[in-house]
Design a protein around this ligand. Structure first.
Ligand code: GRF
Length: 190
């Protein structure tokens, strides 16, 4: 089974996933990024993973990204710190086979432009007592697909976007690989 991870940034979640599945050779990974200089690319390459970069046209217009996914026989897609809206032709090609990781408790604090520290700032400003992570299916709208899994953490008085980001990352690293494995097993057994 081949899983494509889309990431635009540091890729700590991508690395956690790849490491988690290292001893399970039935799962192969590839990494795609819209940013040529994203640290995730080098990290993945160092782990022996094939990587691709692509531009807006490749994603939205000329179907190049979908062509890569088809050519690599990708079965499942994980968005881990990937910020672009997935186009309809890709969503349709992978029905309930694309998941996204969001660093807050959806349906609150999601939507276009809500990523990274912006999310944590919004959570702190709203004086939320808790935040957390959401893993959800991807549809054609930002952060609106059905929710698969959530885990919570406390937001304390002194929390800053940075301190909250650290707590959220810890939750992501703990849960995302396991939730992914469960979904892959369910898919396999269908
Ligand atoms: C994660 O917090 C994820 O929820 C958000 O972007 C961050 C990516 O972190 N969408 P990393 O690149 O995996 O370290």
């Amino acid at each position: 089974m081949t899983i494509a991870i889309f990431a635009s940034g540091t890729g700590s979640n991508a690395v956690k996933i790849i490491e988690y599945f290292k001893e399970k050779p039935q799962y192969q990974f590839i990494v795609l990024s819209n940013k040529k200089d994203a640290p995730v690319l080098e990290k993945a390459q160092n782990l022996g993973i094939k990587t691709w970069t692509f531009g807006k046209q490749d994603f939205y217009e000329n179907n190049k990204v979908l062509a890569i996914l088809k050519e690599q026989k990708v079965d499942f897609v994980v968005l881990a710190g990937f910020l672009w809206l997935v186009p309809e032709h890709i969503v349709k090609y992978f029905p309930n086979k694309i998941i996204n990781l969001h660093p807050a408790l959806l349906p609150k604090h999601g939507g276009k432009g809500m990523f990274g520290h912006k999310v944590h700032e919004a959570v702190i400003q709203a004086k939320e007592k808790e935040s957390g992570i959401t893993i959800h299916y991807v549809n054609e709208r930002y952060d609106e697909g059905s929710i698969i899994f959530q885990a919570q953490c406390q937001v304390n008085e002194g929390d800053t976007p940075e301190s909250l980001a650290n707590k959220i990352h810890a939750l992501e690293h703990e849960h995302l690989p396991r939730v992914l494995e469960k979904l892959l097993l369910e898919m396999h057994n269908k």
